[in-house]
Write a protein that binds this ligand. Sequence first.
Ligand code: SF4
Length: 339
Amino acid sequence: MTEKKNIKSIGLVSGGLDSVLAAKLMVDQGIHVIGLHIITPFMGSYSEERAGETLIDRQARAVGFDLRRLYPGEEYIEIIKNPRWGYGSCMNPCIDCHIYFLQRAKEVMEEEGAQFVFTGEVLEQRPKSQKRNLLRMVEKRSGLEGYLLRPLTAHRLEPTIPEKLEWVERERLLNLAGRNRKPQIALAEKLGIREYQTPAGGCLLTEPNFSRRLKDLFDHGVWDIDSIQMLKVGRHFRLGPHTKLVTGRNENDNCVLANLALETDALLEAEGGGSPLSILRGETTEEMIRLAAAITRRFSRAKGEPTAVVRIHIGRSGETREILPDMIDETVFEQLRVV
Ligand code: SF4
C-alpha cells in the first residue's frame, strides 16, 4: 500500500454535514485533505465569507483539513443563466452547477498535486441530481472519471481508482443511500462533529422568491454580482426595462443597500423618520423618480400623509432635492412589484 502520508485529496466542502463527514473519513485514514469551499454569489453567506472567519473555518480546524476558498466569476453566472441540463424546481441548475464545481476541483487537484477528489454526495439523497446514472454522468463530464470518490456512499458504487490502488481503504468507507439523514447525524455525534449547516446549504437558487427576482434580472439583461447581492435584501420593483427600485425592509436592509449603492444610483428617503432607504438603479426619467419617491413614502411612517416629501440624492451629480410625490395607486404598486 502507498504511504498514506503521500496521498493528497481535494474535498468539496460546503459547511454541511455530509461534506464534513466525508472529510473526516479521509482525514481519519491519514490522507491530507484540502477542503475546497466554492462560494457562489447566490449563497446567503456570500458577504460573511468575504468578511472573516465562518463555520467552515471552524470545521476545518476541528476535523484537521486545510481550506481553500474559491469565488466563481461571470462564467458561473452564465451557467446559471443558460444551464445545459435545465433547472430544478426554482432557478437551481444543480446538474450544471455540480459539473462546474467538480471541474474547478479538478483544476485545484492538478495545481496542488493531489491524487483525487471527493465529495459528500449520497446516492439518491436528492432524487433528481443524485441518481446513479447522473452521478456517473457528472463524474465523466468533469474530467474526473475514476478519480472521484464519494466516501459516504462508496459501497453502493463501483470502486474508484483511489480504492483500487489502495490509497483509500474501501472497507472503511460507507454504504449510505437515500434521503434518511439519521445515519449521518448519528455518525456526526460519534465522531464529535457538532457544527454544520442545514441540508439546503444556503443556496438561494432553491428559493422561489429569490428565483423570481433573479429571473427578472436575467430577463432584463443584468447579471453582475452587485445586482445579484441586492436581490438578497429589501422589496423589489421593476419600473422599466432598465430600471429597478429596491427599498429596505428594516435597518439591516438599509445598511446593506447603502453599502451596495453605486455612484450612478439615486438614493431616496422620506422625511420625518421611519423611512426605508431606497435605491433607484438604471435609466431614470422624472416620472420614474416620482414613482420611486411615492413607493418610498408608502413604506415610511409618513405613509398616509400626502404632504410628506421625499429626499432624493443623485449619486453621480451629487444633486440633492426634495419631491412631493403623488400617492401611489395600489394596483400600480402591485404591478410594479417583483415577487
Ligand atoms: S443547490 Fe445551488 S449550489 Fe447546490 S448544486 Fe444546486 S445550484 Fe449548485
